[in-house]
Ligand binder design. Structure first.
Ligand code: UDP
Length: 381
């Protein structure tokens, strides 16, 4: 093995989770090796500048938003930020564009009536909502909040193509990510006090996190079980089911095929950086990168748009993006069985979206990972 074995801690995965973990440990005097099977750091947050001078997030849009100022403070050691409040337009099957999350203007557009204020918007939603004695799944939740027409227009086909499951099979938490506004609020994350993108991109941010004399990074180095013999402890961002050779069955992930295209700048009609397609096409959303701050470096006549086509991870080279949370939580149950198996492996800790089989945003990954590192260090003190 050509890894530097004077470093007793192995971290497999150089995305947010692995990099934050490595940094926390190195700052407490531990020597750490970080490996990644990909040829780059930053995991799924990886971004790069293309020939048009457009910063493209290779694995889909990463928009940082949080109320956790401790996480912001921690990350701000490694990046400056450009304030950015994300907005999304939904392209309806009729060809109309409507603001998403649903707000007063969305309701006016869909129901074709004018609503003078928040109260009238609330009253309209109350008249179409179907209160439920028990919310069993994502469909129940939406029906209880916005009724059948809006659910079927904005959420049913999109969720089907996004997850490969109907709304009624998905957990309510999946759609609860999208708030409902009654006024003209049109930001995608209205409840988060800090919204920004890293000034020089996520790749640079993660490179800075990993830039420590006690961290060695090896890229294009997949994890191998034998490596465990060489280290005192291993933190693994890899899928826990793969580690245990799928012995309890697979933990499914939704994957995405990204289609990057160049179009004339003058052709772009949207002001919102992301357009969601609520129809039955294969594509869920398209992101116009030049509309994000710090993403349009050359002002070329052409710009890049990336469209997302969800698919199963088996059909996409085992690229795992989204853990699937169904309403019966059958995969969560399987995951917890794997966790029990992992408890018999004292030298191994699973971290990150894949390691913990959780649908986590970046700030949650950072805060969870800092907590895991702190507990691990304290347990050894
Ligand atoms: N969703 C939908 N229609 C939309 C946007 C979202 O049905 O236009 C549902 C869908 O199930 C999606 C979930 O809400 O997976 C969460 O959306 P979000 O935009 O948070 O997804 P992410 O950005 O994590 O891919």
């Amino acid at each position: 093995m050509d890894l530097n074995l004077n470093r007793p801690i192995l971290v497999a995965g150089a995305g947010f989770a692995g990099s934050v973990l490595a940094r926390c440990l190195s700052e407490k005097g531990y020597k750490v090796i970080v490996i990644d099977s990909r040829s780059h750091v930053a995991g799924n947050a990886y971004d790069e500048i293309n020939d048009l001078g457009i910063r493209v997030h290779r694995y889909g849009p990463h928009l940082f938003h949080t109320n956790n100022m401790k996480v912001v403070e921690w990350l701000s050691r490694f990046t400056e930020w450009l304030p950015y409040e994300h907005r999304v337009s939904a392209l309806l099957p009729s060809g109309k564009m409507a603001p998403l999350p649903i707000n007063r203007r969305t309701l006016e557009l869909v129901f074709g009536k004018s609503l003078a204020n928040e109260e009238e918007a609330k009253a309209l939603l109350a008249s179409v909502a179907r209160p439920m004695p028990e919310v069993r799944n994502a469909r129940d939740y939406l029906l209880s909040q916005i009724g059948e027409d809006l659910t079927d227009l904005f959420f049913a086909p999109y969720t089907r193509k996004m997850w490969g499951y109907d709304l009624s099979e998905m957990d309510a938490s999946v759609v609860k990510r999208i708030p409902i506004s009654y006024d003209d609020e049109d930001r995608y994350f209205p409840h988060d006090g800090f919204q920004a993108v890293p000034k020089d991109g996520y790749t640079r941010l993660i490179e800075n996190v990993l830039d420590h004399s006690s961290i060695d990074v090896y890229l294009s180095r997949p994890f191998e079980r034998e490596m465990l013999n060489e280290f005192d402890h291993a933190f693994l961002c890899l899928p826990i089911d793969e580690f245990f050779c799928y012995s309890l069955g697979p933990l499914p992930y939704r994957s995405i095929r990204f289609h990057h295209a160049s179009i004339d700048r003058a052709q772009v009609r949207t002001k919102a950086a992301t357009v969601n397609r609520t129809d039955n096409s294969e594509i869920t959303r398209s992101t116009y990168w030049h509309l994000l701050p710090g993403h349009d470096l050359k002002n070329s006549s052409q710009v890049t748009v990336t469209s997302e086509e969800p698919c199963s991870y088996e059909d996409n080279g085992y690229e795992r993006y989204y853990p699937i949370k169904t309403s019966d939580d059958r995969f969560g149950e399987r995951y917890r069985q794997y966790v029990k198996m992992a408890q018999a492996e004292p030298k191994v800790t699973f971290i990150g979206r894949c390691g913990t089989y959780q649908y986590l945003d970046m700030h949650q990954v950072v805060s969870q990972t800092i907590a895991i590192a702190t507990r691990w260090i304290e347990a050894r003190a």
